[in-house]
Design a protein around this ligand. Structure first.
Ligand code: PPS
Length: 308
C-alpha cells in the first residue's frame, strides 16, 4: 500500500490515500465498538501519540516494556486506516485501545449507546496547525504544504486533510455534557502537569494507580524519552513515506511554538476567524501555560471530579 499521491475524499473530507481507502472509512463508520474499548480521539497534531503512550503505560502500571517493544500503531491502531481490522484481530492487548482522527459528525452514530471510554485530546489550534505544517514537509503521503500563509488559510477553511479543526472540536466537546464516558483533556494540561494528567486519565479509565506507579509512568512519556523511542517516533517508517532528513515527528513538543511562525497580522486574522467559528461554543479555553519559557496555551482544566 503506497498510494502516496492519492487523496480519498470521503463525506467531503480529504484523507491521505496511503492508509485510507473508501472501504476502510466506510467500515470505521460501522465499527462494532465493545463497551470495554478505549477510543483516543484527536484532530491531527494535538497529542495523539502522547495519549497512546500514556494509556499504554497506565495499563502497564508504568512498566515500559510494551511501549518500548510494540509500535504505537499496533498498540492503538487508527480505526479508519485500512490495516486496523487485521491489527485488532491479531492483538491480544486488553482492553482494546483504538485511535481515530474522525470527527464526531462521522463517528457519532457508531458510538451511539456504547459505553466505550472516549478520551478526546485537543490542543491550541495555532500550535496544532504549525505542527501539521512541519509534518506535511516530512510526510510524503500528505499533499504539498505550500507556503505558510497558504497553509494557514487552508487550516482556517477546513480544507486540509482530516477536515476542519473547528468542526472537530465542536463536534466532540459538545458531547461532554451528555456522555459520561467522554474525557476531554488538553495537550496544554499534559504539558503543565503530566503527573496530574496521568492520574486523571487513569481514574477515568478506572485503572487507578498508586503514587509509585504514576511516578513510574512519567519519565517514559516525557518528550525526551518519546523522541528516542523508535516505537513512537516513526523512525521505523521508511524514508519514502516519512523523510526524517526533512524533520522529526517528535519535533519540539512545546506549547506556544506558533509564536515563532505567526506574524501579528496572521494572528489577528486567525483570532477573528476563531471568534466567528467558535461563537456557538461555550468552552473556556485557557491556553497560556505559565511555567514554560514562553507563556503558552492551556485549556479548561476542569475543577470538577477527576473521574470525568
Ligand atoms: S499525529 O500525526 O496526529 O498522530 O500527531 P500527534 O501525535 O497528535 O501530535 C504530534 C505532536 O505532539 C508532540 N508530542 C509531544 N509533546 C510533548 N510531550 C510529549 N511526550 C509528546 N509526544 C508527542 C510532537 O512533538 C508533535 O508536536 P510538535 O509541535 O510538532 O513538536
Amino acid at each position: 500500500m503506497a498510494r502516496l499521491d492519492v487523496t480519498e475524499v470521503f463525506c467531503g473530507i480529504s484523507f491521505p490515500g496511503h492508509l485510507h481507502t473508501q472501504e476502510s472509512l466506510q467500515l470505521a463508520l460501522k465499527f462494532p465498538f465493545q463497551d470495554t474499548d478505549i477510543l483516543i480521539v484527536s484532530y491531527p497534531k494535538s497529542g495523539t501519540t502522547w495519549m497512546q503512550e500514556i494509556v499504554t503505560l497506565i495499563f502497564n502500571k508504568g512498566d515500559p516494556h510494551l511501549s518500548q517493544t510494540v509500535p504505537n500503531w499496533a498498540r492503538a491502531p487508527w480505526l479508519e486506516q485500512y490495516y486496523s481490522a487485521a491489527v485488532l484481530e491479531a492483538s491480544s492487548i486488553t482492553p482494546r485501545v483504538i485511535t481515530t482522527h474522525l470527527p464526531h459528525q462521522l463517528l457519532g452514530p457508531a458510538l451511539q449507546g456504547s459505553k466505550a471510554k472516549i478520551i478526546y485530546v485537543s490542543r491550541n489550534p495555532k500550535d496544532a496547525m504549525v505542527s501539521f505544517y512541519h509534518f506535511h514537509k516530512m510526510a510524503n503521503f500528505l499533499p504539498d504544504a505550500g507556503t505558510f500563509p497558504e497553509f494557514l488559510n487552508r487550516f482556517l477553511e477546513g480544507t486540509l486533510s482530516f477536515g476542519s479543526w473547528f468542526d472537530h472540536i465542536k463536534g466532540w466537546t459538545s458531547q461532554t455534557a451528555t456522555m459520561d464516558n467522554l474525557l476531554h483533556i488538553t495537550y496544554e494540561e499534559m504539558s503543565l502537569d503530566l503527573h496530574g494528567a496521568i492520574r486523571r486519565v487513569s481514574s477515568f479509565l478506572q485503572c487507578p494507580l498508586v503514587e509509585d506507579e504514576v511516578n513510574a509512568c512519567v519519565p517514559h512519556c516525557s518528550f525526551s524519552s518519546m523522541k528516542d523511542n523508535k516505537m513512537v517516533n516513526y523512525t521505523l517508517v521508511t524514508e519514502d513515506i516519512m523523510d526524517h532528513n526533512k524533520g522529526s515527528f517528535m519535533r519540539k513538543g512545546k506549547t506556544g511554538d506558533w509564536k515563532n511562525m505567526f506574524t501579528e497580522e496572521q494572528d489577528q486574522y486567525f483570532e477573528s476567524v476563531f471568534k466567528s467559528k467558535m461563537q456557538d461554543c461555550t468552552l473556556e479555553f485557557v491556553w497560556e501555560v505559565q511555567d514554560q519559557e514562553e507563556a503558552h496555551t492551556k485549556e479548561e482544566i476542569p475543577q470538577e471530579d477527576t473521574e470525568k
